[in-house]
Design a protein around this ligand. Structure first.
Ligand code: SIN
Length: 271
């Protein structure tokens, strides 16, 4: 059956009606993929997925990543991560040579208070952000590369993330990616830089680089580029890590629980 796609955000975001527990033929998959490319963050509500099915659907988009921090993995399912919400704006695994194409988060438990769900995830449309830049800034950014560092997020004062071992640091050396990235499937240009993960700009004095990163980060997260997702149990939400960045809102605490299963699809070398 043809999936029904409805936009749910002004900047990005759509709902796709489709039961992912059923077999998805190639034509239906291509429609889902096109809607995903158009909307950057798409949600399939009221899903009832086994771990195997979550993995199988994710694999339609490419090879799956195994997180380097073992305690983030679901026992028995190394391709399913349990890591809780990030503390800074980021695009998943941007610190890799081949960063993630997309992530697929399946909501098992969503914290609630006074009848409201907590732990929203906010997405920024980095294509719209790029297109809105003044021409002078676009020229300045052409050819520049930002340096992405996995451990950068751990600098955030209240980050609960564990310190990395030397072996994990060795596995994730700093990597430079173009600040203006071209989408490998749609050819659209977007900003690919976040203050949380980027520590400088290649060939630029450190302070100047950090200031430019902060300016671009602040530009990307202007309200007109955002979609804020309010979670429901059973949501399978997938987002495009090439052309969007996201921030999870940590506004809950035990006994309020948030449990998400995530898969992360490996992408291509940014260009
Ligand atoms: C993430 O921050 O990468 C995951 C998003 C979330 O937990 O809402």
């Amino acid at each position: 059956m043809k999936p029904v796609v409805t936009k749910i955000g002004a900047a990005c975001g759509a709902e796709i009606v489709c039961d992912l527990a059923q077999d998805i033929d190639e034509a239906t998959f291509r429609e889902i993929e096109a809607a995903f490319h158009d909307n950057l963050a798409v949600v399939f509500r009221r899903q009832n997925l086994s771990n195997e099915r979550h993995i199988e659907f994710s694999r339609r988009f490419g090879e799956l990543e195994i997180h380097i921090v073992e305690k983030y993995l679901l026992p028995g399912y190394p391709h399913i991560g349990l890591a809780d919400a990030g503390f800074t704006w980021h695009s998943d695994t941007s610190y890799r040579r081949r960063p993630s194409r997309c992530s697929l988060l399946y909501a098992k438990e969503v914290p609630q208070r006074d009848g409201q769900s907590l732990g929203d995830t906010v997405f920024a449309n980095a294509i719209a952000a790029y297109e809105a830049l003044p021409e002078g800034m676009k020229k300045r950014l052409a050819g520049l590369k930002a340096i992405h560092r996995y451990s950068a997020r751990r600098r955030v004062a209240d980050s609960p993330r564990p310190k990395l071992t030397q072996a994990q640091l060795d596995e994730t050396p700093d990597i430079a990616h173009p600040i203006v990235r071209t989408h490998p499937y749609t050819g659209r240009k977007s900003l690919y830089v976040t203050a949380g993960e980027c520590v400088g700009i290649e060939g630029m004095p450190e302070e100047e680089g950090v200031d430019l990163i902060a300016e671009l980060d602040a530009h990307c997260v202007r309200p007109e580029f955002l979609y804020r997702h309010k979670w429901q149990v059973g949501d399978l939400l997938m987002w495009d890590n090439t052309s969007s960045m996201h921030l999870a809102i940590c506004d809950y605490a035990l006994p309020e629980r948030r449990l998400m299963h995530r898969t992360t699809v490996i992408g291509t070398v940014p260009f």
